[in-house]
Design a protein around this ligand. Structure first.
Ligand code: ADP
Ligand code: MG
Length: 521
C-alpha cells in the first residue's frame, strides 16, 4: 500500500539543504556568509548606497562546532512588518523582478535560518530600519517548516534616534571555521575585486580583513524591466493575460513587452496569423500555445533592452583587480549587450598580468555571475573551457605565466549549470561573447607586452652604446679641446635620438621587469 503526501516546501529544503550549498559544516558556513553578504550588497548598491558591510564570525563552542555570524549593513533596511516573512517564509522575496541583482530565488536567508535552527536550535536575531524610518525593529525568528511560515519568538520596536538605516543579523550555526576560512577569505577578496566601491570589514577568530573602498563610483543601478517576447512561456503568458482583461492582442503586446512598438507588434501578429483586435483573454488554450510558440520563433523582434542590467564597467573592474591581485597591469573590457532566448546579457572580461600574480601553467580564472564570485565547480564552467582553449601564444603569452583572467556575466537570467549556482552552462551566444571579450582584453595586453619587449631591447642597445661614451668623450676632448662634459652630453643625446626615446622614459617603462622571463621572445 502506498500512502501519498505533499511535502511542505520549507521541509523539502530542510531535508535537501545540500542543493542550496549547505551540505557540511564548512560549506554551510561559507554559504551563510555568502548569502548574507549578497543580500547586503543588493540592499545597498542597487539603491545607490555605497555599501559598508561589517561581519563578525565567532567560534562559540569549540566542542560542538558552534559558530555565530553577525553581519551589519547600511542598506535600505526591511519594513518592520515584512521582517517575519522575509526570514521565515521560503520563496518570499522583493527580487522577483526582471532586473539584475544577486538574489534570485527568495531562498538564501531562509536556508541560513533553516540550517541554523536545525543544527543549533537557535533563532535568527534581526535588527532593521528603513531609510528615514522613525522606528527600529528587532525580531527573533524561527521557521515552522510544516507550514512554511515564521515563528516570532521575540519582537520590539523602538525609536530610531540617530536616523540609522540598514540591517543587522545574527545566527548561530554548526560550522567548521578551520575548513571554511580560506574559502571565505577568497570569496570576500573576490567580491572586493568586482565591487571596489564597497567597504568590507571581516573579523574572524584568527583572520581579519579590511577591504577598503577604492572608489566612490557606483555602477549605474539597473532599471526594472519587462519580459522580452522571445523569453515568454505559456504559463507566464496566461498570468499576464489575466492582468490585461479587455485588452486587444495589439495593446497587450505593446504595453507588456520589452521593446515592442505598434508597428513591430502589427507585423508580428500578421506573420503569426492573429487578428490584432482579438481580445487577449478570448484566446483558446490552443491559440495561446500557438501564439507563444510564434513569439519565441519570430526573428524580427528588437534585441532585448539592457537597461535592466548593471555591468561593472572596465574602469571599476581595473581598479578592483589591480588593488586586490596586485597586478602590474590590468586591461578590462565590457562587451556590448547581447541576448539569448530573450534574456539580455553583458560579458565583461579583464586580464591581469604580472606583479603579485604567481606564474602558473594556465591562466588563473576568476568567474563572476551578476557580481557574485563563483568559487566551486570551475571545471563545469563554460568560461574555464574557453580560457583553456584560447590561443594565448598569439598574444605573446607563453606558460608558465603570471596571468589571471576575470570573466563576468551579467544577465536577468544567468544560465547556471546546476542548482548550486556555481558554474555557467554552455550557451552558444554567451560562449561567443566570452571569447570575444577575452580577445579584446588580450589584444591590449599583447600591445603592452610588445612595447615592453621593444623597450627592453632598446635599453640593452643603449647600455652597450653608452659604455663607450666616457672613453670617447675623454679622447675627443683631448684632441679637440672641447669640454668633456659637453661632449659626453651630446653623445648621449645622439644615442637617444637614434633610439627615439629618452633614457629617463626607458628606465621608467622598464622598471617593472620581474615578469620579463615570461615574455615570448
Ligand atoms: P533573495 O535574496 O533571493 O530575494 P533572500 O531569502 O536571501 O532571497 O532574501 C529575501 C528578501 O529579504 C530579499 O528579497 C530582500 O527584500 C530582503 N532582504 C534580505 N536581506 C536584506 C538586507 N540585508 N537588507 C534589506 N533587505 C534584505
Ligand atoms: Mg538573497
Amino acid at each position: 500500500m502506498y500512502t501519498y503526501e505533499a511535502l511542505p516546501v520549507a521541509e523539502w529544503f530542510r531535508r535537501n539543504r545540500e542543493l542550496a550549498g549547505f551540505q557540511n559544516p564548512a560549506r554551510a558556513l561559507y554559504q551563510t556568509v555568502r548569502e548574507l553578504v549578497e543580500n547586503s550588497l543588493d540592499a545597498t548598491e542597487t539603491h545607490g548606497i555605497l555599501p559598508t558591510i561589517y561581519i563578525k564570525l565567532t567560534v562559540e563552542d569549540e566542542a560542538k562546532s558552534w559558530v555565530s555570524v553577525y553581519i551589519e549593513d547600511n542598506g535600505i533596511g526591511i519594513p518592520g512588518n515584512e521582517i517575519p516573512n522575509v526570514f521565515g517564509r521560503v520563496f518570499y522575496s522583493s527580487k522577483y523582478k526582471i532586473k539584475q541583482h544577486r538574489g534570485v530565488f527568495g531562498l538564501g536567508l531562509k536556508m541560513v535560518v533553516l540550517y541554523a535552527q536545525n543544527t543549533t536550535n537557535r533563532p535568527v536575531a534581526v535588527r532593521s530600519a528603513k531609510v528615514k524610518s522613525k522606528s527600529i525593529y528587532e525580531y527573533q525568528i524561527m521557521i515552522d517548516t510544516n507550514n512554511n511560515s515564521p515563528i516570532v519568538l521575540y519582537s520590539r520596536e523602538y525609536p530610531n534616534k540617530y536616523e540609522w538605516h540598514g540591517t543587522a543579523i545574527k545566527v548561530y550555526l554548526e560550522g567548521n571555521w578551520h575548513n571554511a576560512k580560506k574559502r571565505i577569505e577568497e570569496y570576500l577578496k573576490r567580491t572586493a575585486i568586482i565591487a571596489p566601491y564597497a567597504e568590507i570589514i571581516f573579523k574572524g577568530p584568527d583572520m581579519e580583513l579590511w577591504l577598503k573602498r577604492r572608489t566612490t563610483k557606483l555602477p549605474p543601478a539597473p532599471k526594472e524591466g519587462l519580459p522580452h517576447p522571445r523569453s515568454i512561456d505559456v504559463d507566464t503568458f496566461k498570468q499576464m493575460a489575466v492582468e490585461n482583461v479587455g485588452k486587444t492582442l495589439l495593446e497587450f503586446l505593446v504595453e507588456n513587452f520589452d521593446r515592442v512598438g505598434d508597428s513591430i507588434a502589427r507585423a508580428f501578429l500578421e506573420w503569426a496569423g492573429f487578428n490584432p483586435k482579438t481580445k487577449v483573454t478570448a484566446l483558446t488554450q490552443e491559440e495561446v500555445a500557438k501564439l507563444v510558440e510564434r513569439m519565441r520563433q519570430y526573428d524580427k523582434w528588437m534585441r532585448p533592452s539592457s537597461d535592466w542590467l548593471s555591468p561593472v564597467g572596465p574602469e571599476l573592474l581595473e581598479i578592483g583587480t589591480k588593488a586586490i591581485l596586485g597586478a602590474e597591469v590590468v586591461f578590462a573590457t565590457s562587451r556590448k549587450p547581447e541576448s539569448y532566448g530573450g534574456h539580455p546579457f553583458v560579458v565583461e572580461v579583464a586580464v591581469a598580468w604580472g606583479g603579485e600574480i604567481p606564474p602558473s601553467d594556465k591562466p588563473i580564472l576568476l568567474r563572476y555571475a551578476n557580481k557574485i564570485p563563483l568559487l566551486y565547480d570551475e571545471g563545469a564552467d563554460v568560461a574555464r573551457k574557453i580560457v583553456d582553449e584560447f590561443n594565448w601564444q598569439n598574444y605573446k603569452i607563453k606558460f608558465p605565466a603570471p596571468l589571471a583572467v576575470i570573466v563576468h556575466l551579467c544577465s536577468t537570467k544567468v544560465p547556471y549549470a546546476s542548482a548550486g549556482k556555481e558554474a555557467i552552462a554552455e550557451v552558444v551566444e554567451i560562449e561567443k561573447e566570452i571569447k570575444l571579450g577575452i580577445r579584446d582584453a588580450a589584444k591590449k595586453l599583447r600591445l603592452y607586452l610588445s612595447r615592453k619587449e621593444r623597450e627592453m631591447e632598446m635599453l640593452k642597445k643603449y647600455t652597450s652604446l653608452a659604455k663607450y661614451v666616457d672613453e670617447v668623450s675623454y679622447n675627443l676632448s683631448i684632441v679637440s679641446g672641447i669640454d668633456r662634459e659637453k661632449l659626453s652630453k651630446s653623445l648621449h643625446e645622439l644615442i637617444e635620438k637614434k633610439l627615439g626615446i629618452t633614457v629617463e622614459e626607458l628606465v621608467k617603462h622598464t622598471l617593472a621587469q620581474e615578469s620579463e622571463s615570461y615574455l615570448k621572445i
